[in-house]
Design a protein around this ligand. Structure first.
Ligand SMILES: [Cu+2]
Length: 230
């Protein structure tokens, strides 16, 4: 019974599938997972300190007289000032630790407008429409709902939508990228590892939205060259 109770929130968190976001298979995905773990770590630290103090204070002051219920009652002015400084400065430090990598990674990973992109790498055009994905390579080879990528390269995706808003998402490789009509954007996935991954549309886009899935196959560079030239 206990196990089932533990499993339930996990099931909600995972959307009834594996939490593949936490098992990334590309440099981009690893950077994003690092942010998740960093945020979780700091949150857990704060939670542990708060719960420790809560329990300690409840036990210590349980049988004290009413006027002595304030835990700072026994501190002199200097100690109170130190305490106030501590609970002001420590959260600021924690927020700075969280903010620096978060800003750095999101600044370098955010999708950019087509005009701003000067990336070098393997360029692939991704076009979404109700309810399928079309991938077009340098050689004009086109495939539906199957994306082949070379391992270890910088993959530059030129994303656009032909109708409504869709969202490009391969949980194991990178976060979601929203596709807005008439706003083509460029998104880079760095150094994917060999494997087969699931991709999906992450924005409700119509009656067949749930079936708007695709497969990503990351293969060796030779296999990739073979694929796009045949
Ligand atoms: Cu869609």
């Amino acid at each position: 019974m206990k196990k089932i109770r533990l499993l339930f929130p996990l099931l909600l968190l995972s959307g009834c599938s594996n939490i593949t976001v936490l098992n990334p298979k590309s440099t981009t995905g690893k950077d994003q997972a690092f942010l998740i773990w960093l945020g979780f770590g700091i949150m857990f630290l704060v939670l542990a300190v708060v719960f420790f103090l809560l329990v300690k204070i409840i036990i210590t002051y349980r049988y004290k007289k009413e006027r002595e219920h304030d835990p700072t009652h026994y501190l002199n002015d200097k100690q109170k000032r130190h305490l106030q400084l501590a609970w002001t400065i420590i959260p600021i430090i924690l927020l700075v630790i969280l903010a620096i990598p978060a800003l750095w990674i999101s600044y370098h990973q955010s999708p950019v407008a087509e005009a701003e992109s000067r990336h070098e790498g393997v360029h692939i055009h991704v076009s979404a429409k109700q309810f399928q994905w079309t991938f077009t390579y340098d050689t004009d080879k086109t495939e539906e709902n199957l994306l082949i990528l070379p391992e270890g390269e910088s993959i530059i995706l030129h994303l656009s939508t032909e109708d409504v808003i869709h969202s490009f998402w391969v949980p194991e490789l990178a976060g979601k990228v929203d596709l807005i009509p008439n706003k083509p954007i460029v998104y880079e996935i760095k150094e994917p590892e060999i494997g087969v991954y699931k991709g999906k549309c992450a924005e409700y886009c119509g009656i067949q939205h749930a079936n708007m899935t695709f497969t990503v196959k990351v293969v060796s560079k030779e296999e990739y060259e073979n694929y796009i030239n045949n």
